[in-house]
Design a protein around this ligand. Structure first.
Ligand SMILES: Cc1cc2nc3c(=O)[nH]c(=O)nc-3n(C[C@H](O)[C@H](O)[C@H](O)COP(=O)(O)OP(=O)(O)OC[C@H]3O[C@@H](n4cnc5c(N)ncnc54)[C@H](O)[C@@H]3O)c2cc1C
Length: 490
């Protein structure tokens, strides 16, 4: 080992999850650095094709949603197992899916992170680490190493951090191997979707009008190694009876429906987020969303532990809250994967699902789930808002009208007093929690639940989830402030 540098947090991996986490930590004033293998955010091949409403909301909470919105296309339909659901009546400002490729999303996030002056060590890899009671020695390629208080593995599905920490990754082996490619074809192919025993196959025209985007299953799961044009031709012939004269691939990549989740998201000073913690088939487009949202859940908690505001136990709530969210995504993704096959019985099931989703209640329920708007962290009994995302209300404050999400731009907790102005006193937490008197006369509507009673005050965590809601006289407020934002100052 040679030269050592110190950072409070080192993030292994600057994909969407690592970038979002870096931004969150930097906003909270933490000395954070990213170590990233790639020279830039360039991706060899397309991955996520867009952002879902809750992801757009969390970006809006930081004041950066517009950067994405101006570059993408919105559609008020979201896919579920071949059916397209109308999501226009979801109670959110962002009642649409934003079509925007992953590389563009990463570039925008990287721009934000750069503005926040986060150092990014590119073309370097984390190759190992050793942790002790006070910190982690993070080893990099070329013999460099960093000393950090915490190391977060945002290093993707094959996560070295997860493996080196000895964290188990139980789940299901692949049953589908798919190739995703961009090629030229001598003949006009049969455009669109085709269902086979192996899942959904697709041929689509790419923006340049010349190349073809291909998603095609291989006959046998478990193929390894770099896929070739020959592999692609074989797979095309197996499905369409011809490879349409495919040639000149700009990329060919393989992905599977392997479905696994880390048994633990934390081993002492080492944490996992994003694909490092959970992998699944891309059907339904959830991976990037839950990775970014893992980051938003973890960032403020880690920052508070590092600053000494909260005890280390706060980090346990990261796993308690985010593990069930990913477990549910894994389950519904497996269900959707099953529904992509072509067996006549599966087709009957798919038709039955489509009929069900034609009904309002099931549609709203599934729409709220796949868009991430119905996430409910189990914070115990209380007002229906407790543990749910706060809606982006149009408030009126002494300073004028303001959107609630604007109050979260600095990633700091907010206590919103909607009752008598000056009716609340949280002096012992005033150094950590912003108290804002505001007026709001409109309805409180939550996804799936519908209208809920207007609370007199709401304590909102930096990630936009409600830590407490009720009457200012409720002694539970002091408990919630202590639980989430540390003991009262003397
Ligand atoms: C074909 C396909 C289609 C998809 N479509 C969608 C979709 O429509 N919607 C959606 O939400 N999701 C989709 N996904 C999933 C999405 O791409 C992932 O969930 C997302 O990229 C996860 O982000 P991440 O930052 O956690 O991991 P990654 O994006 O994998 O980023 C990990 C980063 O870590 C770096 N790295 C790895 N190891 C090291 C190391 N040792 N040291 C330093 N750096 C390291 C890598 O270079 C990379 O930049 C799709 C995936 C695939 C394969």
């Amino acid at each position: 080992m040679n030269a050592s540098t110190g950072h409070a947090v080192v993030i292994a991996g600057g994909g969407p999850t690592g970038l979002m986490l870096a931004g969150e930590l930097a906003l909270a004033g933490v000395d954070v650095a990213i170590v990233e293998r790639r020279a830039s955010q360039e991706l060899d091949g397309s991955r996520s094709r867009g952002l879902y409403p809750r992801t757009i909301e969390v970006l809006d909470q930081r004041g950066i949603a517009d950067r994405f919105l101006i570059q993408g296309q919105v559609t008020q339909r979201a896919g579920f197992s071949g059916a397209f659901l109308d999501i226009s009546d979801l109670p959110t400002r962002h009642n649409y899916v934003l079509a925007l490729g992953q590389q563009r999303c990463e570039e925008i996030l990287a721009g934000w992170v750069a503005e926040l002056a986060v150092p990014t060590y590119r073309e370097r890899e984390v190759t190992g680490f050793a942790q002790d009671v006070t910190g982690v020695d993070v080893e990099l390629s070329e013999g460099q190493w960093f000393r950090a208080d915490y190391l977060v593995g945002c290093d993707g599905g094959r996560s070295l951090i997860r493996k080196a920490a000895g964290i188990e990754f139980p789940g299901w082996d692949p049953s589908i191997n798919s190739l995703i490619a961009e090629v030229e074809m001598d003949e006009e192919p049969e455009w669109g979707l085709r269902y086979t025993d192996q899942g959904t196959q697709a041929l689509g025209r790419l923006e340049d009008g010349k190349r073809v985007g291909v998603v095609v299953s291989e006959l046998y799961a478990g193929q390894t190694g770099e896929p070739t044009l020959h592999d692609l031709s074989e797979a095309l012939i197996a499905v369409w009876g011809t490879d349409y004269g495919a040639h000149s691939p700009t990329y060919i990549s393989r992905f599977t429906d392997m479905t696994r989740q880390a048994a633990s998201y934390r081993d002492r000073r080492v944490l996992l987020a994003g694909d490092a913690a959970h992998v699944h088939y891309p059907v339904g487009g959830q991976g990037l969303q839950i990775g970014v949202q893992d980051a938003v859940n973890l960032g403020w908690k880690l920052a508070q532990v590092i600053s000494g505001t909260s005890r280390e136990g706060l980090l346990d709530t990261y796993q308690a809250e985010r593990h069930p969210v990913a477990a549910r995504v894994l389950r519904t993704t497996m269900a959707q994967t099953a529904l992509t096959r072509s067996d006549p019985r599966i087709e009957a099931l798919r038709d039955t699902m489509a009929e069900l989703l034609g009904l309002d209640e099931p549609r709203k329920w599934i729409a709220a789930m796949i868009t991430g708007l119905d996430i409910h962290y189990d914070l115990g009994e209380g007002h229906p808002l407790l543990g749910r995302r706060v809606p982006d209300l149009d408030l009126v404050t002494a300073g004028g009208p303001v959107r609630l999400f604007t109050l979260l731009h600095q990633a700091r907790p907010v206590l919103l007093n909607l009752g008598e102005p000056d009716g609340l006193d949280i002096t012992p937490w005033a150094d950590r929690v912003r108290l804002i008197d505001a007026g709001y006369a409109g309805p409180w509507e939550l996804p799936v639940l519908g209208a809920v009673t207007a609370p007199a005050a709401v304590l909102i965590r930096p990630d936009g989830y409600v830590a407490w809601a009720g009457d200012p006289a409720d002694p539970g407020l002091a408990d919630a402030l202590t639980t989430w934002f540390g003991p009262p100052a003397a």
